[in-house]
Design a protein around this ligand. Structure first.
Ligand code: FDA
Length: 394
């Protein structure tokens, strides 16, 4: 079920081993998510992929599959298919031409392995009669000894995402970790929304983390991500915010360092010592975009000549720049989220094979599982690796 990244890769690998595979997908146009991924050039893996780049209730679950099929293994397939690729920052590998190259790789793999792929297939009931799985699709009743759920998460319903996989899991008694949008822009109300609206489109480098609840041990604190940071009409986005959003929960603030490369207290004290009639917004604008410096000064009430500021006030302002803690009122939701965090509880699956512990023959691969990667090619690597784990087990 599901002819996306994980479903097609699974089918090709299982087909290569001589299995008869039928892939059903309700979308009329297949692989739309791959097509729009990586800005149209599909960030298909990350050379630095490690289990620490994934969120899950059980962070150890993904280790076995990720070790069994690594970034270099997928890269070898990309090269064998003659697809030109390039490395962007941080080991992120992209197609040089377009994501269509990865779609072709998957569909050609299925074709060579004799896999039947049906798009536009309305799926009805799924069942298990004690011996085989049954599926009604297009008025037909199909039976199979194994059923692989690769229907992804709920992100981007416009191109076919549904919670189907979670329903199948629940139907067979498997627990589901509450799904939530991840890698998603965050929204704000009140003065921060007003400020964001006026600065929409402006981007800087910043470090962003979901603030941990008080008392959280250092080791358990969500990681901080230093990367692009973007103001939007409704709040904040950019890679650093998207990454932090995966760790963010309703009611939590963010912790943002707007000048991670510089000690702003020392910088502003030094500017004050040089003398002159420079005001705080002007001093800030020497290190931040002018519009941002002005808005921050308005927002925090930082006015007047820097020369008149006591050092203690400078320290407080610097602290706000390095530890700004705005409170999001929500996220842009599944409409724009790149992935869905949560999903089929890994406690119910074998980590080596992705098979349900309670029902042999039922597998879950890809994003439908409670394994969610960071931004940067990790989610596709999970799709490939979990698919291979299941295909090897069949
Ligand atoms: P995927 O969502 O790909 O496929 C699920 C399939 O199941 C779909 O074809 C769907 O139509 C089908 N389906 C759903 N419900 C069904 C039903 N009820 N009946 C039948 N079929 C059903 N990741 C990355 O590593 N690098 C990147 O560059 C990007 N970029 C990116 C950009 C954008 C805009 C998005 C939204 C996402 C990304 N991602 C990404 C994430 C990545 O695309 C995602 O994690 C994988 O596609 C997940 O693969 P799956 O096969 O698990 O699900």
């Amino acid at each position: 079920m599901g002819a996306g990244a994980a479903g097609l890769f699974f089918a090709a690998k299982a087909g290569e081993q001589g299995k008869r595979v039928l892939v059903l997908d309700h979308a009329k146009r297949l692989c739309e998510k791959i097509r729009i991924s990586g800005g149209g050039r599909c960030n298909f893996t990350n050379l630095g992929c490690e289990p620490k780049h994934f969120l899950s209730e059980n962070p150890k679950f993904a280790i076995s599959a990720l070790r069994g099929y690594r970034a270099h293994d997928f890269l070898a397939e990309v090269e064998a298919a003659g697809i030109p690729w390039e490395e962007k920052k941080l080991g992120q590998l992209f197609c040089q031409r377009s994501a269509q190259d990865i779609i072709d790789l998957l569909l050609d793999g299925c074709c060579r392995a004799g896999v039947i792929v049906k798009s536009g297939a309305t799926i009805g009931e799924v069942g298990h009669d004690g011996g085989a799985f049954t599926v009604t699709a297009e008025g037909q009743r199909l039976t199979a000894p194994a059923l692989v759920i690769a229907t992804g998460g709920k992100s981007i319903p416009k191109i076919g995402a549904t919670g189907f996989g979670y329903e199948v899991a629940r139907q067979f008694g498997l627990p589901v970790i509450e799904p939530r949008p991840a890698l998603v822009p965050l929204t704000f109300g009140g003065p921060i929304r007003e400020m964001a609206k006026e600065l929409a489109g402006l981007s800087i480098d910043a470090s962003v983390a979901a603030a941990a609840p008080p008392g959280t041990k250092k080791k358990a604190k969500p990681p901080a991500f230093e990367d692009g940071f973007l103001f939007t009409h409704r709040g904040l986005s950019g890679p650093s915010v998207l990454q932090a959003s995966s760790y963010w929960r309703e009611g939590q603030a963010l912790e943002i360092d707007l000048a991670p490369a510089r000690d702003m207290a020392a910088t502003l004290r030094e500017r004050k010592a040089r003398g002159g009639a420079v005001t705080m917004p002007v001093a800030l604008a020497e290190h931040l975009p002018k519009r941002l410096a002005q808005k921050l000064a308005e927002h925090h009430g930082w006015q007047g000549r820097l020369a008149d500021w006591p050092d203690r006030r400078i320290e407080e302002a610097a602290d706000k720049l390095h530890r700004w803690q705005p409170l999001p009122d929500g996220s842009e939701g599944y409409r724009t989220a790149e992935v869905t965090a949560g999903g089929v509880d890994t406690a119910a699956l074998h980590s080596k094979t992705m098979e349900a512990k309670s029902l042999p023959g039922l597998y879950f691969v890809g994003e439908v599982v409670d394994v969610t990667g960071w931004l940067g090619g990790y989610n596709f690597q999970w799709a490939w690796a979990s698919a291979v784990a299941a295909a090897k087990a069949l």
